[in-house]
Design a protein around this ligand. Structure first.
Ligand code: LMR
Length: 397
């Protein structure tokens, strides 16, 4: 029965976790998977999350099902985090949230929802993008097309991107990253979001915004600028949201599939479909992570503390970017790596060839995705000099 099934290579990003663990060298550096680390190299549980968990141990009274849309308080709190508490979209009841198992689960819900309800021909994704976008939408039977995002010299090519969006056939879907673009770290400015909005409207394209890093770019509200602009001005969009990074609850699989419609009636119609999509995938989402998020966001003092925790994570990554570029200056490479300061969030696209990435791994025990994506949050201050010296060596190859 199974004789014909071939073994396939594992996932390139998740595979780096294992490869790094198995490397016996003590000076190794893990810039692989997008997981935040502190300056000791740990991924600690946020104090607010710990507080919420203590509260839940005492006060949770049942482990019964929570329904296909998940917990209602989580839905309301996350919607107001994404759109802002005074959002018109929320006042008009045009947005629906379905709790999902992580951001990846939200993307799969989006893909299945689209295939069932709109039979879309194509989804347009940035070149490059997070590789799993391709896997998820292909698995749901949606054709993948690409628009340019960076050129061979590792420059963000917004003009080419916009030109490509203008050529997309009406009714297709366009996947955009809300902030902290994965893998490049290059984000749209406010003016660029405005220009994208105009093209989406003109061409009647459906935006799907992947929002996995709210708070890691410039701030919780700042990082939601594009999402809010589009939601305020369009009568159809999809957002896939993740709490993995900004709450540090990676293994609790907590995310959201958000639909924005033209009015409340239409929202209720598509919301009913979202429940069926969830039911057919996994029935009910896991509850724990969402209960933690609701407890933190629903309590003023804890929420404020959480905002500080997110700020600290963001500032640490920003400071590492500066430290690295300063250290590269000593090697005459400030300009070559000035991209590191332009990019936002966890990832930096360093403009390295796959061979240079392999060289860094083999010679220095530095692990990153072969596209040249480095997860900056994996760097410790004490490793910055070594990292700069290794990069200076690798770029000579
Ligand atoms: C990443 O891109 O490293 C993260 O989003 C983790 C993942 O699932 O790939």
């Amino acid at each position: 029965m199974f004789e014909h099934i071939q073994r396939v290579p594992g996932d390139a990003i998740l595979g780096l976790i294992e490869a790094f663990k198995n490397d016996p060298r003590s000076r190794k550096i893990d810039l692989g998977v997008g997981v935040y680390r502190d300056d000791k190299g740990d991924t600690p549980i946020l104090p607010t999350v710990k507080d919420a968990e203590r509260y839940l141990v005492e006060h949770e009274t049942t482990k019964s099902y929570i329904g296909s849309h998940g917990a209602a308080d989580y839905g309301d709190l996350v919607l107001s985090l994404v759109f802002g508490a005074d959002s018109e979209v929320l006042a008009q009841q045009r947005a629906s949230l379905t709790q999902s198992p992580g951001g990846t689960g939200a993307l799969r819900l989006a893909a299945d929802f689209l295939r069932t309800n709109l039979s879309p021909r194509r989804i347009w994704i940035s070149d490059p993008t997070w590789p799993n976008h391709i896997g998820i939408f292909s698995a749901a039977g949606i054709e993948i097309k690409r628009y340019p995002y960076v050129d061979d010299q590792n420059h963000f090519v917004f003009d080419l991107m916009l030109e490509a969006l203008r050529q997309i056939p009406e009714g297709d879907i366009v996947l955009l990253h809300a902030c902290c673009h994965n893998p490049t770290g290059y984000d749209l400015s406010r003016e660029q979001w405005q220009a994208v909005l105009e093209v989406l409207r003109e061409r009647r394209l459906l935006p799907l915004i992947d929002m996995a890093y709210q708070g890691f770019g410039h701030g919780l509200d700042e990082d939601a600028y594009g999402v809010r602009l589009l939601a305020d001005n369009l009568d159809a969009m999809i957002i896939t949201f993740s709490c993995s990074k900004n709450f540090g609850i990676y293994n609790e699989r907590t995310g959201a599939f958000i639909l924005v419609a033209g009015n409340k009636e239409e929202m209720l119609n598509i919301r009913s479909q979202a429940a069926i999509t969830a039911r057919e995938n996994y029935s009910n989402p896991p509850a724990h992570g969402a209960s933690v998020v609701s407890h933190v966001l629903g309590n003023d003092a804890l929420r404020q503390q959480w905002v500080s925790e997110v700020t600290e994570m963001r500032q640490r990554i920003r400071s590492l970017r500066e430290q690295l570029v300063n250290a590269l200056d000593a090697h005459g490479l400030r300009e070559r790596f000035s991209c590191v300061l332009e990019q936002n969030g966890m990832f930096s696209y360093l403009g390295l060839s796959p061979e240079q990435v392999d060289y860094l791994r083999d010679e220095y025990g530095i692990y990153m995705v072969r596209s040249g994506r480095a997860s900056m949050a994996g760097l410790r201050s004490e490793q910055v000099e070594d990292m700069a010296a290794a990069l200076a060596d690798a770029v000579k190859k």
